[in-house]
Write a protein that binds this ligand. Sequence first.
Ligand SMILES: Nc1nc2c(c(=O)[nH]1)N[C@H]1C(S)=C(S)[C@@H](COP(=O)(O)OP(=O)(O)OC[C@H]3O[C@@H](n4cnc5c(=O)[nH]c(N)nc54)[C@H](O)[C@@H]3O)O[C@H]1N2
Ligand SMILES: Nc1nc2c(c(=O)[nH]1)N[C@H]1C(S)=C(S)[C@@H](COP(=O)(O)OP(=O)(O)OC[C@H]3O[C@@H](n4cnc5c(=O)[nH]c(N)nc54)[C@H](O)[C@@H]3O)O[C@H]1N2
Ligand code: SF4
Ligand SMILES: [Mo]
Length: 722
Amino acid sequence: MTETRRSYCGLCHPRCGLLLEMDGEKVVGVRGDKEHPVTRGMICQRAQLMVDHLYHPERINFPLKRKGERGSGKFQRVGWDEALDDVASRLDALRLRFGAETLAFTHGTKRTYHWDERRFNNLFGTPNICGANNVCMCPSQAVEYATYGGFSWGDILQTRCVVLWGMGASQSKPGMFGQIMMAKKNGARLIVVDPRRIREAEMADMWLPIRPGTDVALMLGWLKILIEEGLYDREFVEKWTVGFEDLKKAVEPYSAERVAEITWLTPAQVRDSAHMYAANRPAMITWGFGIDKQGVNATQAARARSILRAVSGNLDVPGGEPLGFADPIGKILSFNKLEMNEALSAAQRAKQLGADEYPFFGYPGWERNDAANQRLPHDYMHPPWAGQTCVGHARAVFNAMRSGKPYPVKAAISVASNPLLSLADVRKTHEALSSLDLYVVGEYYLTPSAALADYIFPICTTVETTELWHGTDFCVACPRGIDPLYERRNTYDFWRGLAVRLGQKEHWPWESVDRVWDHCLAPVGLTFQKLAEQNGIFGRREYKRYEKLGFGTPSGKVEIRSSIFEALGCEPLPVYREMPMSPQGDPELYKQYPLVLITGSRFMPMYHSEWRQIPAAREKRPDPLVTLHPETAAGLGLKEGDWVRVSTPKGSVRMRLHVSDMVDSRMADADHGWWFPERKDAKLFDVFESNANVLCPDDAEYCSPEIGGWPHTALLCRVEKE
Ligand SMILES: Nc1nc2c(c(=O)[nH]1)N[C@H]1C(S)=C(S)[C@@H](COP(=O)(O)OP(=O)(O)OC[C@H]3O[C@@H](n4cnc5c(=O)[nH]c(N)nc54)[C@H](O)[C@@H]3O)O[C@H]1N2
Ligand SMILES: Nc1nc2c(c(=O)[nH]1)N[C@H]1C(S)=C(S)[C@@H](COP(=O)(O)OP(=O)(O)OC[C@H]3O[C@@H](n4cnc5c(=O)[nH]c(N)nc54)[C@H](O)[C@@H]3O)O[C@H]1N2
Ligand code: SF4
Ligand SMILES: [Mo]
């Protein structure tokens, strides 16, 4: 029998328990760890390819230094010390010449430790961290802090109604999908709000095939029905909210008939779904990226959703939307404490690019959320992480790279992000990164973004390092399965390596990340080792703690009318905005681009731009796909498998046609994340050819005025034969 070792998979956000099947020191297989106290043996299709990823011949195993032209993809192997020395001395020189704000950092979807990057950048002195956070989940988090002083992921297992709103959990969140199936088995209702007939829609009690970009209108319609029919929690609203009278006025125009006109739904669908949500309590509404990627509507959708959760009486009840940490999990040192936000001076904070335009997601908003939160004990509610809820705006940062205005941004570091693939307006991102004096990347593979770098550092896989995984009611040690291969290191070692060379040594006292975990666990009397031995700790949750402590908002109540938004000059009550690039928003444009475009719907086993180089993954999805309804395809004279051009006013890409009645005949659904690692001689692996972000704008008119989120959905496009 082969030896097995416990480790974990961190290929997406959770950290599922993995058993590594070993042949000596080589991992030859993986399976789910049934003893894992949270994931109990569940692993998804991606984890099954862990071995292919771990030993992939194209993994970056040594630090690389650029030797050809920038972007030529030519690198030479160098040592860690030599590379870190050179990067540190060049950063120091740039800081001296242009100020610390000349360094930018781009983050991706945050699968690494991420407090380490914030800590480094705070101590270096730059506020210019930017990336996917403006569009990904973090707006929901920031908005919930402003509304009720914390955030909730919902209590699926005990709920009687799951509203899966803009989320395809079966493809994106396998663990959560399992929980939804269990909840359904236990009798919970399932409402799915999604323009596509996804697997979950087929299982649902009610499926609402909504027009992309119009969810706020539906939320306001639900609120109106709840209020007018007395289906809300009157006592909670009276005692624990501010702004309810204003809300009544704000929802007034959103009758079921009006909502139906906006959303492609029928008045009956609007009414019946509101009634189902109200009648089945406790109920919960998921966070879904279908909401966060709505540009102008993203922030207000998160606001309307949080208000629905509150007025329906579901806040902080079992099976509803629990808030805060269960005891003693909240006592574990929160990662936001590791960010060292206090190290960045007010003068440097004021230089954050983009905060003038999008104050809520910059320091002005974060500082207000943080201050309001201080009224609560931190073992109940952790303050908002700056890493999640306080970032610069990528457009502003990239413009500064390109133009030197308002000041020069000459250097950037990207770790665990592939900005050329993930951010809207690829040409601008390309121009910006190409213009840098110094670009440093921490990566697994030579991606199009990494190909632009001066240095690439080899980062190890999760099974080669450790992590502390905690939710709001559990904490688990994620053990190292094998030592890092070749010269790969974890991101903590990368940042600490730079930090000690740049005068930050006293702030990085832990020589390895394992010691950081001991430090975090000390308040609960544990070490990483002990936590691993006892297989995690679980908290005991108390509900309705607000009855004693209030909410962590300026008023201490749920702010239906947000005083933080108001103070920042943002709309204090939820408002619906017609997407600027939509049939109603721009009827003239609609004549030329007659399909509503959504992009980036998740599918297994791909993850954003990753794994195009892993044959077993690529076999399942060989080409970039755009999906059209059979009638639409026939009308355009197109058939399954044709190569087509998908165009928006922003640009055009090449994709293969998939025909399916899963999508509405008025829309198109395009993959995101496509590049071609197999095309070794092509410039940047043909990153412009099939990359959906060539189609997506991030100009101000398309962005959420509060957070700056740009649209990856609800655009207009045209599809033609190539
Ligand atoms: N058109 C469109 N664009 C989108 C979206 C969409 O739906 N449509 N979704 C958006 C969303 S929600 C997000 S979060 C972003 C994601 O944006 P990114 O996170 O930038 O996307 P990835 O393609 O996953 O890039 C991550 C890169 O980091 C590397 N990597 C993975 N794990 C690690 C690690 O642990 N350490 C290090 N150092 N490197 C690692 C991978 O090899 C990969 O190249 O994309 C956004 N872009
Ligand atoms: N396999 C895989 N899993 C992933 C990822 C991945 O790349 N691959 N990425 C991870 C990341 S970073 C994230 S953020 C999550 C995101 O995961 P999800 O929250 O599931 O988000 P998406 O798959 O982008 O979109 C979900 C659904 O929103 C629908 N949608 C699009 N536009 C709208 C709209 O305007 N309104 C409504 N109501 N629905 C709309 C789409 O049809 C889609 O079914 O997935 C994570 N998990
Ligand atoms: S859901 Fe899948 S990819 Fe994500 S951590 Fe778990 S096993 Fe890994
Ligand atoms: Mo994301």
